[in-house]
Design a protein around this ligand. Structure first.
Ligand SMILES: [Zn+2]
Length: 116
């Protein structure tokens, strides 16, 4: 019995440590962006422009986000494209962390250590 109790305590400790680490990692994901990526090419109003002969302008980048239950395309300046793409990866990591913490918390609940 004593051995099992010790093992159980070690598991709780491990889970609490992992949860703490994941929560700190969340703090590093400040550039997260939640949305779909869209690239668009366009045609301008200048009659003699190359864009009318197949060489369209672009791509221009947009993040499609949900705003008040409606989809909105938000323009992403070219200078921010790389950072914004990294921000989308950050968001995916945030979701992974939330899922993992949910599993950890459910395991802790079974061991009566959920609110530690
Ligand atoms: Zn043009």
């Amino acid at each position: 019995m004593r051995y099992c109790w010790a093992m159980s305590n070690k598991t709780i400790e491990k889970l609490l440590k992992e949860r703490t680490d994941l929560l700190s990692e969340l703090g590093t994901l400040s550039c997260m962006l939640h949305g779909s990526w869209v690239e668009r090419f366009s045609v301008c109003s200048r009659a003699n422009c190359k864009c009318h002969k197949g060489h369209k302008h672009g791509p221009r980048h947009y993040l499609v986000i949900n705003e008040n239950n409606q989809q909105r395309q938000k323009y992403i300046p070219n200078a921010q494209v790389i950072a914004a793409k990294a921000g989308r990866s950050d968001y995916k990591r945030v979701c992974e962390i939330i899922d993992r913490i949910t599993h950890i918390n459910l395991a802790l609940m079974k061991k009566d250590a959920y609110e530690n």
